[in-house]
Design a protein around this ligand. Structure first.
Ligand code: PGA
Length: 254
């Protein structure tokens, strides 16, 4: 069985004070009802990784993640943050290839593969994000689009590396828009991803990978999404900025 995971993606929100407050409130709610079987991951901005990690220290089912890392190893890359730096502060997960990185910062599949490899070398599990635009979906190209994103990057890994990944499917048109993909859309895509992994590697590997859905997941729609067979959790943007909403989403998964 894949691990159940609910990950918060704070994006470029919060400052030092509000990060601490959000983490404090999250841990307070969690202390009342913590489903230990669900891994909770907080993907927070770089400056708050250490503080949030220290606050969550000792809560085994909570991990802190970065939202990105450099595609370079080390050296003269002003402003970049390397996987090695993240590993040196005990970060075990990182988002990679989020559609906002792909669209706004022009990240290509090749850059994403470099990042994934560096993360793995540094013992950090990549949460690989993929998703199609509204145009690709309207043209009926959504399944091919996701396959291409995977073939150009993570399908180049060998099985021993691939098994350390978490995959998040996030249709771009559903991110931050309040528009969620339909149950059928999510079901179709998650089955497709599971089958692609199976045909590229093996069914046992495919069945072990956590597949998350992201895109306008809220407390009022989380349960029906998490009840879909091949959905093993969620990547939550907007709703993760409210501790109570985030915990309600966490508690929506069985
Ligand atoms: P959203 O963001 O929940 O605000 O749609 C999800 C994400 O971008 O990871």
């Amino acid at each position: 069985m894949p691990k159940k995971i609910i990950a918060a993606n704070w994006k470029m929100n919060n400052d030092e004070y509000s990060s601490k407050k959000l983490t404090f409130d999250f841990l307070k709610h969690l202390s009342k009802s913590n489903n230990e079987n669900v891994l909770k991951i907080l993907a927070v901005p770089f400056p708050f990784l250490n503080t949030v990690s220290k606050m969550c220290d000792g809560v085994d089912s909570v991990k802190v993640a970065s939202q990105n890392c450099s595609s370079y190893d080390m050296g003269a890359y002003t402003g970049e943050v390397s996987a090695n730096m993240l590993s040196s502060i005990s970060i075990n997960f990182s988002l990679v290839g989020h559609s906002e990185r792909r669209e706004i910062f022009m990240e290509k599949d090749e850059d994403i593969l470099d990042k994934v490899r560096l993360l793995l070398e540094n013992k950090i599990s990549p949460i690989f994000c993929c998703g199609e635009s509204i145009n690709a979906r309207k043209k009926g190209m959504h399944l091919d689009h996701i396959e291409k994103q995977m073939r150009n990057s993570i399908f180049k890994l060998d099985a021993s590396e691939f098994k350390k990944l978490v995959i998040a499917y996030e249709p771009i048109w559903a991110i931050g828009t309040g528009e969620t993909a339909s149950i059928n859309d999510i079901d179709e895509m998650h089955n497709h991803i599971r089958n692609l992994i199976k045909s590229n590697y093996s069914s046992s590997l495919s069945n072990s990978i956590s597949l998350l859905y992201g895109g306008s997941v809220k407390p009022n729609n989380a349960k029906e999404i998490f009840d879909i067979k091949n959905v093993n959790g969620g990547l939550i943007g907007g709703a993760s900025l409210n501790a109570k909403d985030f915990i309600d989403i966490v508690n929506s998964i069985n």
